[in-house]
Design a protein around this ligand. Structure first.
Ligand SMILES: Nc1ncnc2c1ncn2[C@@H]1O[C@H](COP(=O)(O)OP(=O)(O)OP(=O)(O)O)[C@@H](O)[C@H]1O
Length: 361
């Protein structure tokens, strides 16, 4: 397993890039630890696959170096980088048995028969493939075939990293949930360096120790799922993570308070002071689950008109309008749901402030 270092890499698909927008990857300078489970998350076109290809060696970055455990691998092709890859669609040999398919990467590396047997059975057990080990891959379902592909990616313990490119796309939704948990368990047992590309936040947040959130070819934040949820460093992170995402309201400051279209919202004094220092365009940010909903006027609450209530099973999402702004609040099961009008309170300790889209810290 390897520590992966990105030394000021950037990539453009144009031969003579002139401006930042010509780069599919803007400058990235970071290190991912040996044995970590990383998810590359972001909307379509943000640069996830480009970054994955730079890691695997399919693509040489226009600038900078990639190092595995301190060794420069920038010029090495994928087959010389000692990595395993799992793609969106199953890659396996239909005429071979499941056992032979799983054993293939080990046979190629000349592992002895006893070690191969042990490792294949260990991985098959983790992925619930033990019962079909002797069956030909050809007769199996698409789900089972993709599990074999996952197994082939995980079977070697001597790889620098295992790279997954949206590996659960073809999997049935119910099994998807199960496999996400399984991959996390497998990571805890095998301690492989895993890098997992997805545009699905649930997949990234369940699987990864560290989520790398990308947009427009840039890494906006690297952190644990909890850090990204609780302390989004950029407005985009607040908006992208969470369902629904964070609410934002443009504001001005008046001492320790924020003013939003004539309404006053109390802030944490330290946050207000740092916001005044930061200047620029200021916005309040608050998660729907942190907004407090009242059916009657309450001190410090802003009056809103209710637009809709979506029942999500264990909670409801209330959509409300305040002077042309849309706000979403989460109401726990069993709590009363107001009708037509409501008042929303912003607890100061939960209310973030953003200056020019960056979190005020
Ligand atoms: N071979 C290529 N030639 C030119 N431009 C490319 C090429 N591959 C990707 N791009 C562009 O680079 C940017 C990043 O694409 P990339 O495929 O890395 O994003 P992604 O986050 O993986 O998206 P998706 O989730 O849709 O696969 C996009 O603007 C894309 O159009």
């Amino acid at each position: 397993m390897a520590r992966i270092e990105f030394d000021h890499i950037a990539h453009s698909y144009y031969p003579n890039p002139r401006q930042p927008s010509d780069y599919a990857l803007k400058e990235i300078d970071t290190t991912w630890e040996d044995g970590g489970a990383y998810a590359l998350l972001g909307p379509s076109g943000c640069g996830k696959t480009t970054l994955l290809n730079v890691i695997s060696g399919l693509l040489k970055p226009s600038k900078g170096r990639v190092l595995y455990d301190g060794v420069d691998v920038t010029d090495l092709p994928p087959e010389k980088r000692n990595i395993a890859q799992v793609f969106q669609f199953p890659v396996l040999y239909d005429t071979m048995s499941v056992f032979e398919n799983l054993a293939f990467p080990l046979k190629n590396r000349r592992f002895n028969k006893t070690d191969t047997d042990l490792r294949v059975r260990e991985v098959a057990e983790m992925l619930d493939l033990t019962d079909v080990l002797n069956k030909k891959a050809a007769g199996l379902s698409a789900d089972a075939k993709q599990k074999i592909s996952l197994g082939r990616g995980l079977v070697r313990s001597d790889v620098a990293a295992v790279l997954f490119d949206e590996p659960l796309t073809v999997i049935d939704p119910h099994l998807k949930w199960h496999l996400r948990r399984k991959l996390k368990e497998i990571h805890e047992q095998l301690k492989l360096t895993l890098i997992y590309v997805t545009h699905d936040q649930v997949e990234a947040l369940t699987f990864a120790d560290q989520v790398i959130l990308m947009n427009n070819g840039e890494i906006y934040q690297i952190g644990t799922p909890q850090e990204l949820f609780e302390n989004p460093k950029h407005k985009f992170v607040g908006y992208f993570i969470g369902s629904p995402g964070m609410n934002f309201l443009t504001c001005t400051l008046e001492g320790q308070n924020a003013r939003v279209d004539g309404a006053t919202i109390a802030l944490d004094p330290a946050t207000a002071a740092r916001g005044a220092e930061a200047g620029g365009v200021l916005e309040l940010g608050i998660r729907p689950m942190h907004l407090q909903v009242y059916a009657e006027a309450v001190e410090g609450g802003i009056p809103v008109a209710l637009k809709s209530v979506d029942d999500q099973g264990s909670f409801k999402i209330l959509t409300a309008a305040f002077n042309g702004h849309t706000l979403r609040a989460r109401i726990p099961e069993g709590h009363p749901v107001p009708e037509n009008k409501a008042w929303l309170k912003f607890p100061p300790e939960r209310t973030k402030l953003f200056a020019d889209e960056r979190l005020v810290k």
